[in-house]
Write a protein that binds this ligand. Structure first.
Ligand code: MOS
Length: 712
């Protein structure tokens, strides 16, 4: 028996102090293994073959010659693959995207649809054979033309109603002293995590195991169990380290194909997506066309607000990018109309990506606010102060807390906003025109039920087990600090184990809800364990284990408007001879709940703001209308912001503990990107006097006279 003394080593101040990542050393020394590099005996390698046509039917898969190639073990396709179940309710109460249910029929709904898996002894043999595999198609005409004038667009209720309407829009617009009516567009964007999707599947004593790179092991395990009609307890998914996800790492074709092959061959099978395949198979952000109409009194008070967002989805699954949702949280108006609409095309199914809805929606809305400020002749921050709502503009519900104006006050002070001359196109430094811009940010603050297991070990240490995912966020470290405080010990006595579906149900790393949801469960179990230890009975050799389940506590939360907020600032320089835009500095000030680990939190915010630069200036996947596929589907053709594009970015926060969260957390995963692109676009206007309503702000759009360029 070891007596755990919580008195002598009491520590209760870990949350809120800076800690380097607990797995940081493993990552930088290469000791941390990622899903695609964990060794397995008898490992076979699968290589996916994707359709080259955008619509039609597979008429034949010429697998016979490929089966004779060196090392080839199997070729799976719609004629020989095992059937799987897709008629079930999955995560968030919706049917799964059937795109993951590979090789179930001969229909091809888009370019890049998985049509076969070639399995071989080595990855090179699998690739060689996959590239040699001839597939014949009966091709049909396809339609990939996305535009704001599609007559077949329809509203879709997803996790929010498609349409909200309050008041008489036309009469409020007619009564407005100032009216803005503008269309904004954002392009198709891809998650582009550093680590590609990778899974290894194998059977171990009647249990299916999958070693994967994902944002939620219990999520992927649950979907695989349903899809393969297995007892949930007989499926285990692990995902120890994840090199980025951004919304793309859920159930996808690679895991399902690997499970099929492992089942047939009865040996471990690994399937890794290539970067090029990720452009078809990993999901993406739909392009959007957004129309915003604002009507205001001369002093800037909004009388009318209309925000319509059109996005696209595939013909096999409905996913909507709800860009108009952000207006429902941000600004009130006597007449307030929003709508999210969808059009179905012969393209892959999009998915959640980096603040889905808020990221493109805030580009349009916060650009429109800036245009309105210009028309009203008032400062953009003053305009936002004037339109700060008391309650949810559409819901009428109170805000749990709303510290947006504190962010603007602090940000304006630190950025030097007071000295800004609002007139555009005046500041010049050599060949550069200079400007500054600002925008507001918000993102929903939610929590979802999770379970955690905390054990007091006989050696005086503690082990936390929770099926959390650290996709590069620092979640593992944050949970270590939360557990340490709840146990009243120093963090070095706490070991947090994550990324294993055997640890029980838990929220995914998504919706900026991971760390908050997991912390709640860890705090609950650890707090109860500390109380048990305080009774002083000592710890037996097998330890003392406490489990928690936050379903009831989270289910009891009252209905409120719960959001994190932020103020974004950017300074840009625009080269008038080349059209190049360079961001010179950015500042983001956030009200995003209690900050668990300032070091990794700053990193999260800066990462989000960097994605904002990327969204504003670089990212754009171009779909070729005639082939239906991408032009340049790789990281050379699809540029994401790199070090050379990123200037000094500062991120900080105001005190904003969530009063209803046991730790005070709101969630910081996504808010960093929200408003960032608008702040940059508004700064480009301030520099040049030209509004850019289509992203990205490419040089050819900046240069007057170039094709498609707007003119001052
Ligand atoms: Mo995030 S787009 O909720 O993974």
């Amino acid at each position: 028996m070891t007596t755990v003394t919580t008195g002598t080593t009491t520590a209760k101040g870990s949350v809120g102090t800076a800690h380097t990542r607990v797995e940081g050393r493993d990552k930088v020394t290469g000791a941390a293994r990622y899903a695609g590099e964990i060794p397995f005996a008898e490992l076979a390698h699968g290589w996916l073959v994707l359709s080259t046509v955008a619509r039609g039917r597979i008429s034949s898969v010429q697998d016979a010659s490929v089966l004779g190639m060196p090392g080839v073990l199997a070729v799976l396709h719609h004629r020989n693959a095992p059937p799987v179940e897709t008629d079930y309710i999955g995560l968030l109460g919706v049917r799964p995207d059937p795109t993951a249910a590979v090789f179930q029929h001969d229909r091809v709904p888009h370019v890049g649809w998985p049509v076969a898996l070639v399995v071989a002894e080595t990855s090179e043999q699998a690739r060689e054979a996959a590239e040699a595999l001839v597939v014949h198609y009966e091709e049909e005409p396809h339609d990939v033309a996305f535009s704001g004038s599609r007559a077949d667009a329809y509203p879709l209720d997803a996790h929010m109603p498609a349409v909200s309407e309050k008041g008489d829009l036309e009469s409020e617009l007619a009564a407005s002293a100032v009216v803005l009516d503008a269309e904004y567009t954002t392009p198709e964007e891809h998650h582009s995590p550093m680590e590609p999707h990778a899974a290894t599947a194998f059977w171990d004593g009647g249990r299916l195991e999958v070693v994967d790179s994902n944002q939620g092991t219990t999520w992927v395990a649950g979907e695989l169990a349903k899809m393969f009609s297995l007892d949930p307890a007989s499926v285990r998914v692990r995902s120890e380290h994840v090199g980025g996800g951004f919304g793309s790492k859920g159930l996808r074709a690679h895991q399902v194909a690997a499970v099929m092959a492992a089942t047939i061959l009865q040996r471990p099978v690994r399937v890794i997506m290539t970067r090029r395949q990720m452009f078809s198979l990993a999901g993406y952000r739909s392009p959007t066309t957004q129309r915003i109409r604002l009507g205001a009194d001369a002093d800037g008070r909004l009388r009318a607000l209309e925000h319509h967002c059109l996005s696209l989805t595939s013909t096999v699954h409905e996913f909507i990018e709800p860009g108009a949702g952000v207006a429902r949280a941000m600004y009130d108006a006597d007449a307030h109309h929003t709508a999210n609409r969808l059009v179905r095309l012969d393209v892959p199914t999009p998915t959640w990506m980096r603040a889905p809805g808020e990221a493109p929606g805030s580009f349009a809305l916060e650009s429109a606010l800036d245009e309105l400020a210009e028309k009203c002749g008032i400062d953009p921050i003053a305009l936002r102060v004037r339109n700060e709502p008391e309650r949810g503009p559409v819901s009428g519900l109170p805000f749990s807390s709303r510290n947006l104006l504190a962010c603007f006050r602090e940000g304006a002070h630190r950025f030097g906003w007071a000295d800004r001359d609002p007139r555009p196109g005046l500041r010049r430094e050599g060949r550069w025109l200079l400007g500054t811009g600002t925008a507001a940010a918000s993102f929903p603050a939610g929590a979802a039920p999770s379970t955690a297991v905390v054990t007091a070990e006989a050696d005086g240490s503690f082990t936390v087990r929770i099926a959390a995912a650290d996709i590069g966020t620092g979640a593992r470290t944050a949970l270590t600090l939360v557990a340490a405080d709840a146990l009243e010990v120093t963090p070095d006595r706490v070991r947090v184990r994550i990324g294993d579906s055997d640890f029980g149900p838990a929220m995914i790393a998504g919706g900026s809800m991971g760390t908050r949801s997991w912390s709640w469960a860890v705090m609950t179990a650890a707090g109860e364990l500390r109380e048990r230890l305080a009774l002083g009975t000592g710890v037996p050799p097998e330890g003392i284990t406490v489990r928690s389940d936050t379903s009831a506590a989270i289910g009891a939360l009252a209905q409120k408007e719960r959001h994190a907020f932020g103020a974004q600032f950017a300074e840009v320089a625009v080269d008038v001879t080349t059209g190049e835009v360079r961001v010179r500095r950015m500042l983001g000030v956030f009200a995003a709940g209690r900050i668990v680990n300032p070091l990794t939190a700053r990193n999260q915010f800066i990462g989000g703001m960097t994605w904002g630069i990327s969204m504003a200036l670089h990212e754009e996947a171009v779909r070729d209308q005639s082939s239906g596929g991408h032009v340049g589907a790789d990281l050379a053709g699809y540029h994401v912001a790199t070090h050379a594009d990123v200037p000094l970015i500062e991120a900080d926060w105001v005190d904003d503990p969530d009063p209803e969260d046991p730790v005070g957390i709101k969630g910081i995963g996504e808010i960093g990107i929200v408003g960032a692109a608008a702040a940059i676009a508004n700064a480009v206007w301030h520099a040049t006097g030209v509004r850019h309503r289509s992203l990205p702000i490419r040089p050819d759009r900046v240069l007057p006279g170039a094709t498609g360029a707007p003119h001052a």
